[in-house]
Design a binder for this molecule. Sequence first.
Ligand code: ATP
Length: 218
Amino acid sequence: MIEVERLSKSFGERMLWRDITLTVGRGEMLALTGPSGSGKSTLLNCLGLLDRPSSGVIRHEGKDITRFGKREARLFRRDTLGYLFQGYALIENATIEENLEVAVKPRRALRGKVDASFTEALQRVGLAGRHRDTVHRLSGGEQQRVALARLIVQQPKLVLADEPTAALDRDNTVMVLESLRDMTRAGCTVVIATHDDTVRDACDNVFDVGAPLEAKLS
Ligand SMILES: Nc1ncnc2c1ncn2[C@@H]1O[C@H](COP(=O)(O)OP(=O)(O)OP(=O)(O)O)[C@@H](O)[C@H]1O
């Protein structure tokens, strides 16, 4: 569960958003909407400890993550967070399989379940049998699906997704949404910044980052 309380962000004189308060429960999927430049990505970055809010509190499972020191923040990113960001953050010169290996925690690797989980994840995203393809040879949409497979293998507790369907056609958009929904069924909390109405409609709640305070949550 993630709880955001009276969160504000300014860049110099410019107040991007003010007093955001919202809760996303375990197993819930929240859409962050709002016009371009309203601060959706910045809010996701604050949730993922890639940026700092100017004021307010973010709690994950009751812990104020904005007060984490370097070590706690590193462990939180490694053990709790999963990102699905623009640019995918894949290793371009490596194979799909090598990109998935990065996400696997060592203790799971030891149990020898890795191959099966890779095969299952690649099947889920429509890339079955493509383990050995090099990432830079893939299309934008395929790379986006590798990033999703990496998330499925990683099994994070909190997923932050920034326009996860931007490079995808309708079938693949549905596939991404179904995969994220599968993850929520396993207890994962998902927050998605999106302009896509299909994505917004598939979420449990919508938070409009650009709306006046009284009209934000619907
Ligand atoms: N480090 C920074 N310093 C100054 N301004 C910044 C910084 N980071 C973001 N901004 C500004 O904050 C605003 C919000 O950016 P952000 O990317 O969060 O919006 P967004 O709602 O995700 O937009 P889009 O839908 O176009 O992706 C933009 O005007 C951006 O230029």
